[in-house]
Design a protein around this ligand. Structure first.
Ligand SMILES: Nc1ncnc2c1ncn2[C@@H]1O[C@H](COP(=O)(O)OP(=O)(O)O)[C@@H](O)[C@H]1O
Ligand SMILES: [Mg+2]
Length: 431
């Protein structure tokens, strides 16, 4: 077994992906990873085992040996680097102790690897293109989203509103017709950065079993005349060929109808193109659910918000205490943790965004990892790590609320931001 050809490592990875709960299989992969010098990945696999079974001694031992080799803190059998053993690029000697010394170990890469791979298993389970659609030529980012609204922590009233104004009519077109509800038009999600707008958009696609096509306006804009319009048209054509789909258009404010007077005429024609595509002037938009998102709804061209376009708005605010607890739970779900008091963490993070919480958990993980690497002793992520991370990570939504307060105070004559005004008033009362 120790002389497995390299290809079998890939097979093992695939097998583990397919059977994530098969611990012996994962241990086998770990053993092979260590043998082939993929130490950081071996440690990461080990942490997945420990997340399920905190006392698994085989996982601990393998992680330990991966860490030893990473740091060069090797067993007495350690041979000097060039011990006369013939080097064999194809097949690294199975349990060779002649592996990297400290000097060539890439600390940053290891931390990155771990930070990346140790993401929550369920939070972002989005698979690439559905092969059934045969859309390999897709120009824009298409995914089959496995996220559901139930994966979105908290936000109960947001979910209820979306259910009533967006999902229910789509799911029950006959009933919607009876109530005279239009099937046209889309949703505009707005709120401070990192609080789950994109996440929610993906969950909507999952709920509707629809392909998730996402694009940011800045990816479409082009300085050459007519190219932005062409890009927009291609985007919608691709969406029309991939129905049902959620077409998620991020940064809709970047079309800046309202931006600093200078809004050039070329920008105007881009906006007009978007309006024409949304209205389906020359084409059929059935089965395309357009969801716009923005941090700056006050910069969004008002024409985009007229009936039949992005006519329903939803404010996504920083998570409340229950939502934060759920977020900590999900962000830590796949990590090797011990004695974590998620309720206390949720209490301590008033005003933090979902992204901030993910960042706190990753910071704590890095701390535990680097500690393990330094001391060459595997240890679980503790409350201490999280408390230290909590001191380092500051809430990122402050500036957004400053702007929002001004808008509500000076630019809410139309009542567009009543929901926001109400939230701000409530927030003030709670402080
Ligand atoms: N309600 C939520 N439940 C679970 N995770 C969330 C939630 N909101 C945000 N997150 C996490 O925060 C990250 C950032 O959210 P994102 O949707 O990218 O924010 P936005 O698009 O509003 O800037 C997400 O990838 C997700 O991991
Ligand atoms: Mg986003």
């Amino acid at each position: 077994m120790s002389s497995m050809p390299p290809a079998s490592l890939e097979s093992l990875r695939r097998a583990v992906d397919a059977l994530p709960n098969d611990v012996p299989l994962r241990l086998l992969l770990m053993r092979e990873l260590v043998a082939e010098g993929h130490y950081a990945e071996a440690v990461q696999q080990g942490s997945q085992v420990l997340a399920e079974d905190a006392d698994n001694s085989q996982a601990m031992t393998l992680m330990q040996s991966a860490l030893n080799r990473m740091t060069g803190a090797t067993a007495p059998t350690d041979a000097p680097a060039d011990s006369g053993q013939p080097a064999n690029a194809e097949q690294p000697a199975p349990s060779s102790e002649t592996q990297p010394s400290e000097s060539n170990f890439d600390w940053d890469a290891a931390a990155n690897d771990l930070g990346e791979i140790a993401q929550p298993r369920f939070a972002t389970t989005v698979e690439p293109i559905d092969p059934g659609h045969g859309t390999t030529s897709a120009r824009f980012d298409q995914q089959q989203s496995a996220l559901r609204l139930s994966d979105v922590a908290g936000m109960d009233d947001v979910k209820a509103r979306i259910e009533a104004s967006f999902l229910a009519p789509i799911r029950n077109p006959e009933i919607a017709k009876m109530y005279g509800m239009s099937m046209r038009g889309g949703l505009l999600i707005y709120g401070p950065p990192g609080c789950g707008k994109t996440y929610l958009g993906k969950a909507l696609a999952g709920e509707l079993d629809a392909t998730f096509i996402s694009i940011a306006i800045s990816d479409i804009l082009d300085m050459y005349m007519g190219v932005s319009e062409r890009n927009l048209h291609d985007l919608f054509e691709e969406a029309r060929a991939s129905t049902p789909c959620v077409l998620f258009i991020d940064e809709v404010d970047a079309l800046g109808g309202k931006r600093a007077g200078s809004a050039s005429s070329s920008m105007r024609s881009t906006v007009n193109q978007l309006l024409a595509e949304l209205d389906g002037v020359q084409s059929n938009n059935d089965g395309i659910f357009v969801v716009g998102a923005t941090n700056a709804p006050w910069d969004v061209d008002p024409a985009l918000r007229r009936p039949g376009r992005l006519d329903r708005t939803v404010l996504v605010t920083p998570p409340d205490v229950a939502a934060r607890e759920a977020m900590f739970r999900s962000a830590l779900a796949a990590k090797p943790i011990a004695n974590i008091d998620v309720a206390a963490l949720a209490q301590a993070t008033e005003g933090f965004s979902g992204a901030d919480i993910v960042h706190i958990c990753n910071t704590a993980t890095e701390r535990a990892l680097m500690d393990s690497v330094r001391t060459a002793t595997v240890r679980l992520i503790s409350m201490k790590d999280l408390k230290v991370a909590l001191k380092e990570v500051k809430p990122s939504v402050g500036p957004w609320f400053e702007t929002a307060r001004n808008v509500v105070e000076f630019a809410n004559k139309s009542g567009d931001y009543d929901e926001l005004a109400e939230y701000l008033a409530q927030r003030k009362r709670h402080r």
